[in-house]
Design a protein around this ligand. Sequence first.
Ligand SMILES: [Zn+2]
Length: 167
Amino acid sequence: MSEITVQGRPVPFVPSPNRVARPAGVTPKCLVLHSTCASYNSARRWLCDPVSKVSAHFLVARDGGVTQLVRLADVAWHAGVSFWRGQSGVNRFSIGIEMEHLDGTQDWPAAQLHAVAALCRVLLARYTLPADAIVSHAEIARPKGRKVDPVEFPWEAFRKALTVSEK
Ligand SMILES: [Zn+2]
C-alpha cells in the first residue's frame, strides 16, 4: 500500500526491518539526502538486510524510480551520530532519502534530480517545512567529515528543480 504519490505515481513500499517507531509527539523537521555508493539493487538489499542495521525512508534510482522502505511514522537508521540546529540524533526527527550514485564515476541524471525534487516537495508540503530543511548527510554527520555524501551532488540544479511547479 502506497503512503505517498510522487510525479503522479504511487510509490511502491518494500519494507525494511531497520526501523523503530518515531517517538510520540515528534514530527520530521528535516529531509536528509544521501548517496548510496552502490547500485540500486545492492543498495535496496543492504537497506533491507537486518544485518546492516541501516535504512532510509526512500531510495531514488538513477532513472527516477522512487521506492519507500520505511513508513513516515517510523524512524529510519540513516544519519548515525548527527546534529542539526541544536539537536543531536537527527534520525528521530528526519526523513532519510538515499539516491543511487556511484561516487566519482557517475553523473546525476535529470530524471533522478527531478524525482528527488518532486519527492522533497511532497514531504515539505506534508510537514510544512521550508526548502532549507533539506540537508546533506555530510552537513549533519558528527564528527565533521565522518560522511561526505551525497557526493558531487548538483545542489544548484536541484534547488532549481525544487522550485518547478509539478504538472
Ligand atoms: Zn549518508
